[in-house]
Design a protein around this ligand. Structure first.
Ligand SMILES: [Zn+2]
Length: 137
């Protein structure tokens, strides 16, 4: 990820960004993102890098260790395809945001570091899943 990629710190901004992606018309695509309903493992070899456009990041590099706290007001599991997105909470607070140039779907990815492994996780996201900040427009 290049250093000049936009840092998003406002959920409304993220929703707007995803709305813009979706406005071009989501279409069927055979890319490997189709299986990323809810934080599926996605190795670098599976990741369709060539057709993904980096849009933004939610990972604030001034924070050493973003929170591992999760926030899910719906009672859904965090890996449910319909889980909501809170940008200050795990895992969204360490995600990069992309769009597929073939199917116009937004996708987020973060990396999980275990003791002996690195695991990339990806999830397709939609603007209506972003939890809006109350009091802001
Ligand atoms: Zn695609």
């Amino acid at each position: 990820m290049s250093a000049d990629i936009k840092l998003i710190q406002d959920s409304n901004e993220l929703a707007l960004l995803l709305t813009g992606v979706e406005a071009s018309g989501v279409s069927a695509c055979k890319c490997s993102l189709q299986r990323c309903e809810g934080w599926d493992s996605m190795s670098d070899s599976m990741w369709p890098k060539e057709q993904l456009l980096p849009l933004a990041t939610l990972r604030d590099s001034s924070i050493d260790e973003p929170s591992f706290e999760e926030f899910q007001p719906t009672g859904l599991r965090s890996d449910d395809p319909n889980a909501l997105i809170s940008i200050e909470h795990f895992p969204y607070n360490r995600c990069d945001v992309f769009s597929c140039t073939h199917c116009n779907q937004g996708v987020m990815r973060y990396t999980e570091y275990g003791g002996y492994y690195i695991d990339h996780r990806a999830r397709r996201v939609r603007s209506n899943q972003v939890i809006k900040e109350i009091g802001k427009t």
